[in-house]
Design a protein around this ligand. Structure first.
Ligand SMILES: Nc1ncnc2c1ncn2[C@@H]1O[C@H](COP(=O)(O)OP(=O)(O)OP(=O)(O)O)[C@@H](O)[C@H]1O
Ligand SMILES: [Mg+2]
Length: 250
């Protein structure tokens, strides 16, 4: 393993017409780091994930993944370089079971097209699928069509689909959103237990969850980074207090 950062963003700008959704973001995430990304609605967090994953291209700036300049590298190629993500709004195959969705996510990383009628995997990969379903609390729902899952279970499946790709850099967009209070500790433990070789960048609105899991925190507003630091410092940062408590004091 080299000492290169997992991810390095330099002066990233993304314009949508006249909107500067990302307005000159610098960020460096070390290998193995757990970084939380906080910020109000519309701050640009998901747009930043879309840029990192390669779904959209930056208007300006440079991005490096494990030291390699990304340029216009495709989503597919970035996935093979080790990026996996979960989405804020579910993107699942509704009529396919939990098991099939997990199988597709795994095969998606092996350079093949996603095949709806993929043959049943080897005994080894079947066990592996069960293990991942168990890790995200869906062992009992393995044969359930994704379309019948509760909102929280869908989020759990999405996290499982990202993990089964064994990413080097995992991007989680509000993984706890919509989870029942009972399922939140499960998710928290799951993220805590992720292997340290895996770098995790996580968008999370719930400051308590974010600060409990993260080594470091980046706070965004209006497409800019407005604060960065250790969790204990972020909680008392005046800009962050203003963003999060402003309305309450308002
Ligand atoms: N494809 C797009 N076309 C035009 N504008 C966009 C597009 N995607 C995002 N935006 C705009 O960019 C800004 C940032 O949006 P983004 O979804 O990244 O915010 P966010 O921080 O993820 O917010 P939330 O907490 O609500 O998920 C918003 O003003 C949004 O309307
Ligand atoms: Mg978002």
């Amino acid at each position: 393993m080299t000492g290169e950062p997992a991810l390095e963003l330099q002066r990233i700008v993304k314009r949508f017409g006249s909107i500067r959704a990302i307005d000159g973001v610098d960020m460096r995430v070390e290998q193995g780091e757990r970084r939380a990304l906080l910020g109000t609605n519309g701050a640009g967090k998901t747009t930043l994930f879309n840029l990192i994953a390669g779904e959209i291209q930056a208007t300006e700036g440079r991005m490096r993944l494990f030291g390699r300049l990304l340029g216009r590298t495709s989503v597919h190629r970035r996935a093979r370089m080790g990026i996996a993500r979960s989405f804020q709004s579910s993107l699942l195959f509704e009529s396919l079971s939990v098991r099939q969705n997990l199988d597709l996510a795994r095969s998606g990383t092996q350079g093949r097209q996603w095949r709806i009628h993929a043959p049943a995997g080897t005994a080894q990969s079947q066990r592996d699928t069960c293990r991942y379903a168990e890790r995200v609390g869906l062992a009992a729902a393995l044969e359930c069509p994704a379309g019948l899952l509760s909102h929280g279970q869908r989020r759990q499946l999405e996290v499982g689909m990202a993990l089964i790709q064994r990413p080097r850099l995992l991007l989680l967009d509000e993984p706890a959103a919509g989870l029942s209070p009972g399922d939140r500790p499960m998710l928290r433990q799951l993220i805590r237990d992720l292997p340290r070789e895996m770098t995790v960048l996580m968008i999370e609105h719930d400051m308590d969850i974010a600060l409990a899991l993260a080594d470091s925190v980046t706070v965004m507003r209006d497409g800019r980074v407005v604060a960065e630091g250790f969790p204990q410092d972020i909680r008392s940062n005046p800009v962050v207090r203003d963003i999060y408590l402003g309305a309450a004091h308002g």
